[in-house]
Design a protein. Structure first.
Length: 367
């Protein structure tokens, strides 16, 4: 029996296998009109095809909790009921094909209001009708992106409320997993890291203060997200700027990630999705197959929460080993699932495993 294709139960949700789809922005929603931020036929095909392909958990792309929380004007959102209803229709199909639907809730902070990547990914000009003022813990830009304004205390309270409202809509849309995006240099990560957080109030300075926004968001989300449904947090385990030991250093590090994970269990979090980087253009990242797995392994060994691994996981035997040796309880695939929506079924065949969800009858002859 392949451990990669064993089910995993978190709270009241059983995910049929350990092959999960990582959130991947599609930048394909309408940018004007009444369908702004609404998933469309592109998103439906993108998500449902991976469910048919045997992926156990389908996490949507980073889905903005407010219009100003989008990376680009073409991002998905869940700040209104039209968006939630469109997600509900897609989620019904994901469930029909045996996958568990999950949503990643996000706010881009200082990395918002940009062009889509294939048009350069730069900040939209201030006079562009689609542009908006970006916000951050401090008025410190990311690289050459536009200068953000520092969030006021009232602005922080609105962000917390927006995450809670988004979780409420996610429940109505029949999502079974919510993941809070605290990685890749977006707003929550910006608060976590001293590299981007220069505040001197209760949200900046010490480790305890820098994690405060995330904990407030988790508290607000857990108040509306049912106890029987799991809650994930995606983290960047390091900024890749220093690995100086301790909690009071100049950037976000693995030590701080472990300390955070040991606190998250008290806030109703069930799993940490472990990525890295994204908060500094100066980071030197040693990209290679499985390069982020050691960070997941460290959380598995040193924290109270299970971890999932992501990052250049491409081969079935590689994924099997990650779960088998306890480095992670599941693997999240990104680009590999873009290349091959049926990766899970191919992996099961190579590992002589039986994959759940079951193969649709129409496709059974191929497997």
């Amino acid at each position: 029996m392949s451990v990669l294709f064993e089910p995993l139960t978190l709270r009241g949700v059983t995910i049929p296998n350990r092959v999960w789809m990582a959130p991947m922005c599609q930048y394909s929603a309408d940018v004007i009109g009444d369908q702004v931020g609404v998933p469309n036929e592109w998103h439906r095909t993108h998500l449902v095809s991976r469910a048919i392909g045997g992926t156990g958990l389908i996490l949507t792309e980073a889905t903005a909790v407010s219009p100003e929380g989008r990376i680009s004007a073409a991002d998905l959102g869940i700040w209104n009921d039209t968006q939630a209803q469109a997600f509900a229709e897609i989620n019904a199909q994901l469930a029909y094909f045996g996958a568990v639907p999950g949503i990643q809730l996000a706010h881009a902070g200082r990395k918002a209001s940009t062009q889509v990547p294939w048009r350069g990914g730069k900040s939209l000009p201030a006079d562009d009708r689609l542009a908006w003022q970006t916000v951050a813990p401090s008025a410190v830009p990311f690289g050459h992106l536009a200068d953000p304004v520092e969030l006021t205390t009232e602005g922080i309270e609105k962000v917390v409320a927006d995450f809670a409202a988004a979780a409420t809509r996610a429940l109505k849309a029949e999502f079974k997993v919510v993941e809070i995006h605290a990685a890749h240099g977006y707003l929550i990560h910006q608060f976590l890291s001293p590299e981007s957080n220069k505040r001197t109030d209760r949200y900046g300075g010490s480790f305890e203060n820098r994690i405060r926004l995330l904990l407030e968001i988790l508290t607000a989300v857990r108040e509306v997200w049912p106890a029987e449904l799991p809650l994930f947090v995606r983290v960047s385990a390091t900024d890749w700027l220093t690995e100086e030991r301790g909690l009071e250093v100049d950037s976000w590090t693995a030590d701080q990630t472990v300390a955070l994970a040991n606190i998250l269990s008290d806030y109703g979090v069930d799993l940490v999705d472990v990525s890295t980087g994204g908060n500094s253009p100066a980071a030197q990242i040693p990209v290679e197959p499985g390069y982020q797995v050691p960070f997941a392994r460290r959380l598995q060994n040193e924290s109270l929460l299970p971890a999932a691994a992501v990052g250049l996981i491409t081969e079935p035997e590689q994924a099997e080993k990650i779960v088998e040796d306890g480095s992670a309880v599941a693997v999240l695939l990104g680009r590999e699932l873009l290349r091959d929506p049926y990766w899970a079924r191919r992996a099961a065949r190579e590992l002589n495993a039986e994959v759940g969800p079951h193969i649709p009858s129409q496709y059974a002859r191929a497997f």
